[in-house]
Each structure stands twice: as C-alpha cells, then as structure tokens.
Design a protein around this ligand. Structure first.
Ligand code: MRU
Length: 350
C-alpha cells in the first residue's frame, strides 16, 4: 500500500483529488495559493494532519510571486497569505499550527535577506511534511498495542493515509498492527454527508488487504449490541486541554454508544492536533458546510429541495467518553488535563 496524499514537486503542490475517489485516482497540481485554498475548501485535500501540510505548502505558493528584498514588506505579504489560507476551513487546528510555525521561523531569523527567508520557509514546510510521516508511524507503534488479535474495530470518517501525508493516525495504528501479524477486522461507518468512510477509508483498507466491512452510520448501535465491536478508533481535528475532542460529525454519537456498551473508545492524533490554549471543547470552532451536501450526493438529489438543512461538519466528544488518546509521545490516559500537559511537557503557566 503506497498512498502519497500530498507532496511538494518542482515548486508546486501535488495532491490526490479525494473528491474523485474511489472511482478515479487523480491528482491536482496547485501552482498558486488560490488553487490550493479551493482544494482545501472543497475537500480535495482533507484530514487534519494533511491540512497542516497543505497550509505550510500554501505559504510557499503564496510567496513565490513576491519580488524584492524588503523584509518588512515580505513579512506583511506572509501575514496576508497565511491569513487567506486560515479562512479555508476553521476546525482542524493542524492548519493553524502549521501557519504559526511558518511565521515563527521567520521571527527566529532576524536580519536575513528575503531570498534566505524563502529558503528557510521551504525547509520548514518540508520539515512539517517529513515530521508527519514519522509521527504517524510512531503513533502506529504505540497504538498497535491496543489492538488485540482477532479484534473487531469500528472507525468513522477517514483517519488514514489520505488524511495525512502517507500513513494515517487511526488507520495507521491498524497498518502497524497488521505488519505485526495481528489478525483483525474493521467496520467502516460510511460517514454522511460526504461519505469519507465509504469512499476513502474503504478504498484505503481494501488496498492494504485489511478485512473491511462497510456499514451505514445508523447501524453502529446494533453492531455494538450484537457484541460485534471490541474497540472504536478515530482521528481528531482539535483536542482541547481537557481532552475534549472535535472530529467528524457522528464521532460523538459513536462515543456515547461505546460508553453504553462498555466498548473502549480510542482517539489517535499527533501533538499538532492539540489546542492547549482552549480549556474545553465548547471553544472549538465547528465548521458548517453547504446545504447541498445534505440535499444529495454527487449531483444526485436525495431530498426535496425546499427543506431546511443543518450541516455541522464536526462534533465534540466529551473527554469523559474517551478511553485513551494515542499520540507520537505515547498513550494518554485519564486524568487527561494533567496527563496531556505531562506528555507534551507543558509548564503549568503554558
Ligand atoms: O472533513 P474532513 O474529511 O476533513 O474530516 C476529517 C476528520 O474528521 C478526520 O477524522 C480527522 O481530520 C482526523 S484525520 C487523521
């Protein structure tokens, strides 16, 4: 299984157009930041860690057109470009963390020329890209211990190679468990409205040879009642300081069900998905998307057009419903507030 979701090739961004999957594996070549913004907004590239990498590459696209050697003007330009990228999608904090990193690296290099700054920014973006590849494999190593031989796992949305550079968070754990020779099966929720589970997770898992069964979202309760699920593994878009976790809409519902049925509920996410500046999930901005996504799919209407529609793209799972959070630094268990700070070595003030 080799999936290269996003990369920097010959001065532009090459990414898999995930709106075309599973029918076609096609790539988009983004040569300017506007094209990349559109790719993010329409979910051609999606998934929190991949959005972080896309944002960093977006800054590189945005500075290509800058000419001259006026550092002050250049800083203003970078501010404008990153402000623009920040308007693409609000929930995944990886996107904002990557933009912050790109700006911080400039601050760390006072007195260097614009040409040098452009090089430094390129190195930083490529470092964010490389780190994602390594972090996902580390999370895989830690998380695989949570998968028992013969287990039956439930997952939602897509937290796989397609949501990262090339490996995945929740699905990365499964890839590592499989490499270790464990046998298990996965139930994938189809994940309305945009079907990331049916289209992307199933595509990925079948390519990797993992035993996969697709279910509609409203079947999860029955499967748990039938004793068919041993654990739930999901990704995350933003985790607050107390462990409250935003992820694809429907995740909270699964966590409530898992609690009711005594099934462990695991979140898999790197440090770049944590937002320790916010105390709890109430402060996480939740993206609302267009009514068209709920009224039909792929241009095919599934409801009368006149109806009111509500389409929040994410929900927040209360930390009390989460069994553990798998990160690249290790597995975080309760009490989350204390242990999150401990694992990331955040001082009391920070
Ligand atoms: O709207 P999407 O497809 O970007 O939502 C993605 C998710 O909710 C993923 O589960 C999350 O980003 C974690 S990806 C490793």
């Amino acid at each position: 299984m080799s999936i290269q979701t996003i990369s920097w090739v010959n001065g532009h961004v090459k990414l898999i157009d995930q709106t075309k999957l599973p029918h076609k594996l096609e790539y988009i070549h983004c040569r300017d930041v506007k094209r990349l913004w559109q790719a993010i907004r329409r979910l051609s590239v999606r998934g929190a860690p991949a959005l972080g990498v896309a944002a960093a590459f977006g800054v590189l696209l945005g500075i290509k057109s800058f000419s001259g050697n006026d550092r002050k003007r250049f800083l203003k330009h970078v501010e404008r470009v990153s402000g623009y990228i920040a308007t693409s999608r609000p929930t995944a904090v990886n996107l904002f963390n990557a933009l912050a990193r790109m700006k911080q690296v400039i601050q760390r290099h006072p007195g260097v020329s614009v040409a040098q700054l452009k090089n430094i920014l390129k190195k930083e973006a490529l470092a964010i890209y490389e780190e994602d590849r390594k972090l996902c494999r580390k999370m895989g190593d830690f998380g695989a211990a949570l998968i028992k031989n013969g287990a039956s796992i439930l997952t939602v949305c897509n937290a796989g190679a397609l949501a990262t550079v090339d490996y995945g968070t929740a699905l990365g754990v499964m890839y590592t468990a499989r490499k270790q020779g464990k046998k298990f099966q996965v139930y994938a929720c189809e994940t309305r409205p945009l079907l990331q589970g049916a289209r992307l997770t199933v595509w990925e898992l079948l390519r990797s040879g993992i035993d996969t069964t697709l279910i509609c979202d409203n079947m999860a309760a029955t499967l748990m009642k039938q004793g068919k699920i041993d654990a739930v593994f999901t990704g995350a878009d933003r985790i607050a300081a107390n462990g409250d976790t935003a992820n694809k809409i429907g995740t909270y519902m699964l966590a409530v069900l898992a609690k009711h049925h005594g099934v462990p509920f695991y979140v898999v996410a790197p440090q770049s998905t944590f937002d320790l500046a916010i105390a709890d999930g109430k402060q996480i901005p939740i993206e609302e998307r267009s009514r068209e996504e709920v009224l039909g799919f792929g241009g095919c209407p599934t409801a009368p057009r006149g109806v009111n529609v509500y389409n929040p793209a994410f929900d927040v799972t209360d930390h009390k419903l989460i069994t553990a959070i798998v990160t690249e630094k290790g597995i975080i268990r309760r009490p989350f507030y204390t242990n999150i700070k401990k694992i990331f070595k955040v001082s009391r003030k920070g």
